[in-house]
Design a protein around this ligand. Structure first.
Ligand code: LLP
Length: 383
């Protein structure tokens, strides 16, 4: 990733910097690799980064949108996504969000409970609309990732239990304004090994055999997102291995005539194009260690504090010999630490520091704790 440091000097820090060349190369690669397989359709998971400048580029590549709130549906439509390519998931859809989805004729609701199905039916009847629905099935597969981003285990709140799937399909058939079109899954995020995706394919194949025995045909299999990125070596691996990912599904998922496979990729599309740029306020000598105190904090990038996530850190302003620092923010919380014992080119007050791979779940998860300003996102197109 290239950093136009001269231009950074005129911008208030901290801010997010998005390299749109990387974003475009990533999208081109996603399009090509998914395009090799018939019936593969990619949605971008808006939750990863909903900056309008970013969304406009992504929508230009023809991806659909995976939304989890009414706000995301509104934002994605404003930024050029077609309602007919919007899927909407979430365990707690509010009535106004269901109404908004029906008013905009979105493609599909990913329904997570029978209770929710009934409310969608009631609202659809009132509006004289038909809602396409997929059931989100909890496949009880343990994705090997951080516990806070595992979603497909029976103990998680997401989806309908496997044993209740037929009951749900039967219920959907009795509702006049509901059209059941498929099944939805999502097992977790930041998955780098294909084994978990292969386990999901096997589970789906079993389910499809069972459905077929009962004469039930589905059009859509939505396998969610989850492809991880290389947080340790972002410069060497700016683009995730989409070829391996799509080929894995093509090889292991047994599709029936006319079926589509939908993907909901978030992190793998936006993580590597973004860095959080922060300025060093002080270099403080503690009793046992040196602290580089920067002007970004956990309010700007919460992933290290929340998930013990590792973001590679670079000193953009210095080429002097490396020293070891704990890189910390100004927030009044001891968890406001970006990383410990990091080797950085010698740091001085005023140096620009980049926290890499922060384009996904960075800006969008920022908060105003401590009455701080929200970080702004700038793109390489505008700087
Ligand atoms: N589909 C569903 C139903 C999801 O729940 C998620 C993410 C995605 C797709 C997109 O997954 P991805 O391709 O980005 O892995 N804030 C956390 C990540 C939370 C992911 C939640 N669900 C983080 O910063 O690591």
């Amino acid at each position: 990733m290239k950093y136009p440091i001269e231009k950074f000097k005129n911008i208030e820090t901290p801010f997010y910097y998005y390299d749109f060349d990387i974003l475009r190369d990533t999208l081109q690669n996603v399009k090509e690799e998914a395009g090799r397989h018939e019936g593969f359709r990619v949605h971008y998971a808006i939750k990863a980064n909903a900056n309008p400048k970013v969304l406009k580029i992504i929508s230009e590549y023809g991806l659909g949108a995976d939304c989890v709130s009414g706000g995301e549906i509104e934002r994605s439509i404003e930024c050029g996504f077609r309602p007919s390519q919007i899927v909407y998931a979430g365990v707690g859809k509010a009535d106004w969000e269901i109404e908004l989805s029906l008013d905009n004729d979105i493609f599909c609701f990913n329904v997570e409970s029978l209770e929710e199905l009934q409310i969608i039916q009631e609202i659809a009847v009132r509006k004289g609309k038909t809602a396409n629905i997929c059931f989100r099935i909890n496949p009880n597969i343990g994705a090997h990732t951080h516990e806070k981003i595992t979603t497909g285990l029976a103990e998680n709140k997401f989806g309908i239990a496997l044993e209740d799937m037929y009951k749900a399909i039967e219920a959907a058939r009795t509702y006049s304004n509901i059209k059941f079109i498929g099944l939805h899954f999502h097992i977790g995020s930041q998955l780098l090994e294909m084994d978990d995706f292969i386990a999901l394919c096997k589970k789906i194949n079993e389910l499809q055999d069972g459905l077929e025995e009962k004469g039930i045909h589905i059009q859509i299999i939505n396998v969610g997102g989850g492809l991880g990125v290389d947080y340790d070596n972002p410069s060497e691996n700016p683009i995730p291995n989409f070829k391996l990912y799509f080929d894995t599904y093509a090889q292991h998922l047994k599709l029936r005539e006319g079926q589509e496979v939908h993907f909901e990729l978030g992190r793998s599309i936006t993580a590597q194009m973004g860095s959080l740029i922060t300025k060093t306020l002080y270099v403080k000598q503690g009793t046992a260690k040196q602290f580089a105190i920067v002007d970004a904090g956990m309010t700007d990038l919460i992933r290290p504090a929340l998930y013990q996530a590792h973001h590679k850190i670079l000193n953009l302003s210095s080429k002097e010999a490396e020293k070891t620092y704990d890189v910390v923010g100004p927030i009044c919380e001891s968890s406001d630490v970006f990383d410990k014992a990091v080797r950085l080119n010698k740091v001085h007050r005023g140096d620009f520091v980049a926290l890499q791979s922060a384009g996904a779940y960075g800006e969008i998860m920022a908060s105003q704790y401590n009455c701080r300003r929200l970080p702004v996102g700038y793109s390489s197109d505008e700087l």
